[in-house]
Design a protein. Structure first.
Length: 297
């Protein structure tokens, strides 16, 4: 249960005046605070991987705080729920975004040694920790052309990794969801096919494709049970190898593009104009795109 919800239930047992006070505070948090210019986190102690991810999530959350709180609660991940709770505290002017980030960093470090505070980390490791879910999102099946079913895997995550898949467009990746793998089945010696099927339509999908020149489409569609679901681009994370640094492009709900780097821009963002179809987002400021965030619309 989230912190705000637990407080609400506790006050329900108290006086009407206290209930009204909390309801007013929650309504103010959800409806009144608006950030026409998106804000980010100031870099500190090798935080760029966290900054690039959490800032995109903060801007997504700001689109509709009530809906995205419910979305993250439904995911059932302790780390992402903590992050949203910390966003709420920032929204109520109780803490800074940097403090919100660091509280989640410290909790990650307590659970996983490779997240020791101040050390370098990868976005892949953070994705694995904060985007695991309590229900199956998609299934991966390895099968040879002779229809030998080799392996069936249930994936409890909002995060998908491209690995060696040959897709050149993110929309192609999501629409086809089948490709010829690099392994061979030991019985028939045939190359294994990798098939992916969505079991649940999640509110957000994060695609990771480090060291790939895949074209980042501004939207894609998923067909499930003859119903089309549309996802639109909300953010892209880049990695620049020369200084081992992550930074982001943020796409707001009104399709405006903002550049964010916790070192060079701090808590501010640089407005880059409207997101137009002809704009390529694969390479930016000498950084190669490593991941893209898409949200269900």
């Amino acid at each position: 249960m989230s912190e705000s919800n637990s407080e609400y239930i506790a006050l329900q047992r108290d006086t009407p005046a206290k209930r009204q006070h909390l309801e007013t505070a929650l309504a103010s948090e959800i409806n009144d605070v608006h950030y026409p210019v998106p804000v980010g986190m100031i870099w500190s102690e090798n935080s760029c991987a966290y900054d690039s991810i959490y800032t995109i999530l903060f801007v997504i959350w700001c689109n509709n705080k009530e809906i995205w709180r419910k979305n993250f609660d439904n995911i059932g991940n302790d780390f992402s729920q903590l992050l949203v709770n910390e966003f709420s505290k920032y929204n109520r002017k109780q803490i800074s975004l940097e403090k919100a980030r660091d509280r989640v960093r410290k909790k990650l470090a307590k659970v996983y040694p490779h997240f020791s505070f101040g050390s370098y980390t990868s976005i892949e490791q953070i994705f694995e920790a904060i985007f695991s879910t309590n229900e199956v999102i998609y299934e991966t099946q390895l099968q040879c052309p002779e229809n030998h079913k080799i392996q069936h895997l249930e994936q409890y995550s909002l995060y998908m990794i491209k690995a060696n898949a040959p897709f050149i467009l993110t929309s192609e990746w999501m629409q086809i969801n089948m490709y010829e793998g690099s392994n061979h089945y030991h019985i028939c010696k045939q190359t294994v096919n990798v098939n992916t099927t969505f079991i649940t339509i999640p509110p957000m999908i994060v695609l990771e494709f480090s060291n790939s020149n895949i074209k980042i489409d501004h939207f894609f569609e998923i067909n499930k049970d003859d119903q089309i679901y549309r996802y639109e681009l909300a953010g892209v994370i880049y990695y620049r190898d020369t200084d081992k640094h992550f930074f982001s492009n943020i796409i707001t709900a009104d399709k405006q593009l903002w550049f964010y780097d916790g070192i060079s821009t701090g808590s501010q963002m640089v407005y880059m104009g409207s997101l137009v179809e002809s704009l390529s987002l694969t390479i930016y400021r000498d950084g190669l795109a490593s991941a893209a965030f898409y949200i269900l619309v």
